[in-house]
Design a protein. Structure first.
Length: 340
């Protein structure tokens, strides 16, 4: 990566007064007077007016009436740092979110920010990635600003075993969070952690950790979700195998709200791993969303193909595969494809 490239990746700045104004307008369906806003925020009416002008310039549709004040006509669905700042109040207080209109890869930027001393845990969100990374060295197509590209970095500094199931828990918790948008039960998780809706991929996840001897220093959980893209505008190569929440539900979804729901789900997964309870069994919760259960699959492992039927996962998060020779294999890693 050349330095000039990195320097062009700038996070969107957040102005605290503009956030407060927006928050007040979001709470109210009608008008809020300039006086009320000024009192609430501790600014003069003239300053409120100039902040409103700033917000309008950054694409917020705000109606102004000399008698009644200001009203937000509609809430933008596009990613916006001010809206993220409002919604992130449900997250732990020390959690930072940085939003960038464009990046090479949010996983990459998370690592850069960690080395530049941004205090973990934090999330990096982008509307576009020029070098989105997928699993197994693949590329993740991320040109459309209609989708979510997000990475969350934790610095656990503990023995790696403790977070051995983190990726699976994170996938499961995100799946449950997305279920809230979908009315039927066809949203599933394909081991280890792709989300599928009726045979089409909705989301992919990539976890990258920095481990030395017996310590995990950082873990970056990166997730791409097709949110508002339409099948027609998806890259040709994935049109027949991918889907989006918009394709599934027919609705355009707020990228800011979904980003916060996803981050909250990943934080939950991290806390489950850090404070495990006997009663919270991964293998049991997995069953409700298991895409592969009872399906015939092929698994590539060390250049060998194993064929069989998936029974589920065990409590270590390993895939249980009944081979054609009737042997039950416990698979800890590999790439599974469905056999027609
Ligand atoms: C896969 O299914 O192959 C995993 C895809 C992971 C893509 C996400 S998008 C946000 C984050 N940044 C990246 O460069 N990759 C992950």
């Amino acid at each position: 990566m050349i330095k000039a490239d990195i320097e062009s990746y700038k996070p969107q700045k957040v102005n605290a007064h503009e956030v407060s104004i927006l928050e007040a307008l979001l709470k109210e369906s009608g008008f809020v007077s300039g006086n009320e806003l000024a009192k609430m925020i501790g600014l003069s009416r003239t300053s409120v007016h100039s902040k409103i002008e700033q917000l309008k310039q950054s694409s917020f549709k705000i109606e102004a009436s000399p008698k009644k004040g200001y009203r937000l006509k509609e809430e933008p669905k596009a990613m916006n740092a001010h809206l993220l700042a409002i919604y992130q109040k449900v997250l732990p207080e020390n959690f930072t979110i940085n939003y960038y209109p464009c990046l090479d890869s949010t996983n990459e930027e998370a690592e850069r920010q960690f080395y530049q001393k941004l205090q973990p845990p934090f999330a990096i969100i982008s509307s576009k990635q020029t070098k989105g990374r997928g699993r197994l060295g693949r590329q993740w197509q991320s040109q459309k600003s209609t989708n979510l590209y997000c990475s969350i970095l934790f610095a656990p500094n503990i023995a790696p075993e403790k977070l051995q199931k983190f990726t699976l828990w994170a996938g499961l918790e995100v799946c449950k969070a997305l279920q809230k948008y979908i009315s039927d039960s066809d949203l599933k998780i394909k081991w280890p952690n792709d989300l599928y809706y009726r045979e089409r991929k909705l989301s992919g996840m990539l976890t990258e950790a920095k481990i030395d001897t017996d310590r995990m220093h950082t873990i970056v959980f990166g997730i791409g979700i097709n949110v508002n893209s339409s099948a027609k505008t998806m890259p040709q190569s994935i049109q027949s195998i991918a889907t989006s929440l918009k394709e599934i539900t027919g609705d355009t979804i707020s990228l800011n709200q979904i980003a916060i729901a996803v981050i909250a789900a990943v934080i939950r997964a991290y806390s489950i791993c850090m404070n495990p309870e006997e009663s919270t069994k991964l293998s049991i919760q997995w069953q409700d969303y298991d895409y592969l259960k009872n399906k015939r699959v092929e698994l590539m492992q060390n250049h060998k193909t194993i064929k069989g039927t998936v029974l589920g996962i065990n409590d270590d998060g390993a895939l249980l595969l009944k081979t054609d020779a009737d042997v039950i294999k416990t698979i800890h890693s590999g790439d599974v494809t469905l056999k027609k």
